[in-house]
Design a binder for this molecule. Structure first.
Ligand SMILES: *Cc1c(COP(=O)(O)O)cnc(C)c1O
Length: 464
């Protein structure tokens, strides 16, 4: 059992059945008595899963190895809350790693999926829905003259890179340390130590030959990019970048950085691929490129675009996209690409975002600022070194007193302290992303009660 002091009982108490408020010593103060987290059923399910799936999971971070403790097994979710197999309720701060910008089981999305499912799950032939979703994407991302749907962000990035290589007839690709572009072989390059060094495989099973054309450079440093181009002026096909890094924790681009990448790639005839799998429809309707005013040649999308179903997309300049088969020589395909259920979910999601753009994004900004700054204030009070990086509804609390501007500074965080914080927050009913190097996300279903709940839980976790 853990005790969380509070002055805002009405806001938080109703969310945790089994929790109750007791009066504090000082008049007008209250203490939230939290039942200890019981994960008996989840533990049983984890043990069974470990017999069947490596690590018991289908994606490594779900195993909680980075933070320790048992991962709860989710039974269902609604709005801002996750419910596990043991009957525990959690305030969700990771939103399925990004897609759930309107909260879980958002009724119009649920309905759209149900109706599409009744018509048939997959046809392997074209449907009107692909054009409908493509038009919505184009309204949000005007530079996307043509696009193609795939089934994941990994596929979107992998295909965009193949296309850039096919279009330019060049082999080298620049990516940045700490940026994640899915798990295709060429992108699994670890944070390299030297500037402009050739790629080092970041995973067993990826031969050096496969990544020898991947150049991993530090983020937020234009000089190393210039130097790489100067060394290979006619060999670099593209630069791929997370415009706001989310996969090393949240890291903002320095002023002029993205513009600089645009200038350098244009100067050397390379394509700029902005990977908006995480930031697209998240930071604004038109993603980071709208927020920072940059026009990439190609854009990759995922997460929100499929409304929570497996879906990704890549698109951009028509002359580049027309290099794809069947028009051009670059092969790319997918049995389930443009899947009717994913299209329906994406259409419902984007239609809502477009129709309610102002209130959605101003609301997300307000709520997230209150949560991020509320916890930062608690950390200051507790004397805990915490750096908060945030853009809109995407943020990370780094356990370090220093600014985090690239992968090296993110990696200097106290990951053990993050792990303890993660567990204490989970015990108090708040589910953070299970790694220091991941972004947290807020949805439109998060409101005043949730702001108060997160800040109170952090108070309990950091001050006690
Ligand atoms: C999540 C993510 C990917 C990979 O998408 P998957 O759907 O997990 O394959 C690629 N790029 C970025 C920026 C991401 O956040």
């Amino acid at each position: 059992m853990s005790l969380i002091p509070s002055t805002s009982t009405a806001l938080v108490a109703r969310h945790w059945p089994g929790n109750r408020w007791i009066r504090g010593e000082r008049a007008g103060t209250f203490i939230l008595e939290c039942m200890a987290l019981t994960l008996t059923r989840s533990r049983e399910l984890q043990l069974r899963a470990e017999q069947l799936l490596p690590g018991g999971v289908d994606s490594p971070v779900r195993a909680f190895r980075a933070v320790g403790g048992d991962p709860p097994f989710v039974k269902r979710a609604e709005g801002a809350y996750l419910f596990d197999e043991d009957g525990n309720q959690y305030l969700d701060l990771f939103g399925s790693w990004g897609p759930m910008i309107l909260g879980h089981a958002f009724p119009p999305v649920v309905e759209a999926i149900q109706q599409a499912a009744a018509r048939g799950a997959s046809f392997g032939a074209s449907t009107a829905a692909e054009g409908d979703l493509a038009e919505l994407v184009q309204r949000c991302f005007p530079v996307v003259e043509k696009l193609r749907f795939v089934s994941s962000g990994t596929e979107a990035c992998m295909s965009a890179i193949r296309l850039a290589r096919g279009f330019t007839g060049r082999k080298f690709v620049i990516k940045f340390e700490g940026c994640y572009h899915g798990h295709s072989d060429a992108m699994l390059v670890k944070a390299g130590s030297g500037v402009a060094t050739l790629g080092i495989p970041g995973s067993a099973g990826v031969p050096e030959e496969t990544v020898m054309h991947t150049l991993a450079l530090p983020f937020n440093d234009l000089e190393v990019v210039r130097a790489a181009f100067a060394a290979r002026p006619e060999e670099i096909a593209c630069v791929i970048v997370e415009p706001v890094v989310g996969n090393a924790g949240t890291i903002l681009p320095a002023a002029g950085y993205l513009e600089g990448l645009r200038e350098i790639t244009t100067e050397f005839g390379a394509l700029l691929i902005v990977d908006e799998v995480m930031t697209g429809f998240r930071l604004s309707l038109g993603g980071a490129q709208q927020l920072y005013g940059i026009k990439p040649d190609l854009t990759t999308l995922g997460k929100i675009v499929g409304g929570g179903l497996p879906c990704g997309a890549f698109g951009g300049r028509a002359d580049v996209m027309d290099y794809l088969a069947p028009l051009g020589p670059v092969y790319q395909a997918g049995t389930l690409s443009g899947n009717p259920l994913a299209m329906a979910a994406g259409i419902a999601m984007l239609s809502h975002l477009i129709a309610h753009e102002d209130e959605v994004y101003s609301g997300l900004e307000k709520t997230t600022r209150a949560i991020a700054e509320g916890v930062a204030a608690v950390a200051r009070e507790a004397g805990v070194a915490l750096t908060t990086n945030r853009v809109g509804s995407m943020f990370t609390w780094f356990f370090t007193g220093d600014a985090v501007t690239d992968f090296a500074s993110a990696a200097a965080s106290d990951t053990a302290a993050f792990g303890r914080f993660h567990r204490a927050m989970l015990e108090a009913g708040v589910w953070l992303p299970a790694s220091q190097f991941e972004a947290a996300f807020i949805s439109t279903a998060h409101g005043k009660a949730e702001i108060a709940a997160v800040v109170e839980a952090a108070r309990g976790a950091l001050i006690g």
